[in-house]
Design a protein around this ligand. Structure first.
Ligand code: 13P
Length: 249
């Protein structure tokens, strides 16, 4: 049985105090949730160790990690460092990392493997830009991102991975993918996993949808057989909205 997950990516938002308040509020509402989805939050690096002490039911994720184990890499944060403050998950390959920081599929593969080797669970992101969708290249793009980004992982490692499909045109735009568009791509991704790995890996993979997901549109997205939850940006910055999405499941 695959896990249902609703994860909040706070991006570069909240100062420490606000982040701690938000984490506390999410933890409180998580205790009263009406859904069995696992709730994860991904605060900025600076907040992780303080937020860890405030949550129990809610799980902790980082938004990124280094592709190197340690040493002279100024400004980077290693998977071991994340583990040492109680982080369990790490978002890898978010479209903002790909677009603004030039992270390519090979580097993301390196990060994914390193994170797994250190006992972190990657939330691996993929997604096409609007021109790629309109040009009919969307499936080629996702195939490339997944087949290179998740290359050479064992089946045991794949069991620790979560995939997030985040169409770039839907991120922060208010334009959400239709339930049909989401289901179509999630089904394609699951089929690709059968091809690259096997039926079991595909069946067990949690595939999240991300992009302008809100309490008002979450239920119809999550009703699809291949949509196993969401990766939430803007709406994860308000505990009520975020848990509204969780409870829509
Ligand atoms: P929004 O929910 O703000 O569109 O962001 C989605 C996202 O990028 C989550 O990682």
């Amino acid at each position: 049985m695959r896990k249902k997950i609703v994860a909040g990516n706070w991006k570069m938002n909240t100062l420490l105090k606000e982040g701690m308040e938000l984490a506390k509020a999410v933890e409180k509402l998580e205790k009263e949730k009406t859904s069995d989805a696992l709730v994860i939050i991904a605060p900025p690096y600076t907040h992780l160790s303080r937020v860890k002490d405030l949550i129990q039911g809610v799980k902790l994720s980082a938004q990124n990690c280094a592709s190197e184990e340690g040493g002279a890499y100024t400004g980077e944060v290693s998977p071991d460092m994340l583990k040492s403050v109680g982080v369990e998950y790490v978002i890898i390959g978010h479209s903002e990392r790909r677009a603004y920081y030039g992270e390519d599929d090979e580097e993301l593969n390196k990060k994914t493997k390193l994170a797994l080797s250190k006992g972190l669970k990657p939330i691996f992101c993929c997604g096409e830009v609007l021109e790629e969708r309109e040009g009919g290249k969307l499936y080629d793009v996702i195939r490339q991102q997944i087949s290179v980004g998740l290359k050479d992982l064992s089946k045991e490692e794949m069991a620790e991975v979560v995939i997030a499909y985040e169409p770039v045109w839907a991120i922060g735009t208010g334009v959400v993918a239709s339930p049909e568009q989401a289901q179509e791509m999630h089904k394609f991704i699951r089929g690709l996993l059968v091809e690259l790995y096997d039926d079991q890996v595909a069946e067990d993979m949690t595939i999240l949808y991300g992009g302008s997901c809100k309490p008002s549109n979450a239920a119809e997205l999550f009703a699809n057989p291949d949509v196993d939850g969401g990766l939430i940006g803007g709406a994860s910055l308000k505990a009520e909205d975020f848990l509204g999405i969780v409870n829509a499941y």
